[in-house]
Unconditional design. Structure first.
Ligand SMILES: N[C@@H](CCC(=O)N[C@@H](CS)C(=O)NCC(=O)O)C(=O)O
Length: 212
């Protein structure tokens, strides 16, 4: 058994589990994966709830240490495995910007998250048009990404960081249901989506989705 275990949602659609999975893959660390059937409330089972403190997915185990919250997991892996490939920029200001983006996509843009839930990325695209407030959130998202991305860039900071993965997941909520992202943003999204770490998540064989 590896010294690291990651608990992910059973349908492989959680943006937070995605982030932690990509972090482990990009850091090239050996780990085991356990699925949590949230439609059967397994995350609220006594062992999972006690270890995670929050009863949420994802959760990481390193030895006898358990940690939930995907951004804390990314930071922990970066600190605990200093010899492995970096997932946050080395430069202080770029690292701060990466954390800003990671916090932003976890705390804002609710209309996009509501109207383009993550199963629309991995199961079936949405058919309903975006509401005016979701369109407004989409314009805000695309405006910020346009300001952040250099022309022709395939990552935010010159080389892959976990913020690229988190931001791309949010952009795919729009892109996978047909919302035009524009050439510059689409190039960035395609570059992230074609990374071996991301392909491993995307191409996972998924069970029939049961809403929860
Ligand atoms: N901020 C948390 C969010 C985690 C989260 O909301 N996970 C969802 C699955 S996508 C969950 O476990 N929901 C169940 C619950 O909150 O009870 C993170 O980044 O890990």
């Amino acid at each position: 058994m590896a010294d690291l275990t990651l608990w992910v949602d059973a349908f492989w659609i959680s943006p937070y589990a995605f982030s932690s999975f990509i972090a482990l893959e990009e850091k090239e660390l050996p780990y085991d994966v356990q699925e949590v059937a949230m439609h059967r409330a397994e995350n609220r089972g006594p062992d999972y709830a006690r270890r995670s403190l929050t009863a949420r997915v994802p959760m990481l185990r390193h030895g006898d240490f358990f940690l939930s919250e995907s951004s804390a997991i990314a930071e922990y892996l970066e600190d605990a495995f200093p010899g492995s490939p970096r997932i946050l920029p080395e430069d202080t200001q770029q690292r701060a910007r990466a954390r800003q983006i990671m916090a932003w996509v976890r705390s804002d843009l609710m209309p996009i998250r509501e109207e383009r839930s993550s199963e629309t990325i991995f199961y079936a695209p949405a058919t309903q048009p975006l509401s005016p407030r979701a369109q407004q959130a989409g314009a805000k998202l695309l405006g910020a990404v346009d300001a952040l991305l250099a022309p022709g860039a395939t990552s935010l900071f010159g080389k892959f960081s976990i913020a690229d993965a988190d931001l791309t997941f949010m952009l795919q909520r729009l892109g996978k249901s047909g919302h035009p992202l524009g050439e510059k943003v689409q190039r960035f999204v395609d570059a992230t989506w074609s990374r071996p770490s991301v392909r491993k998540w995307v191409e996972r064989k998924r069970a029939t989705f049961i809403p929860y």
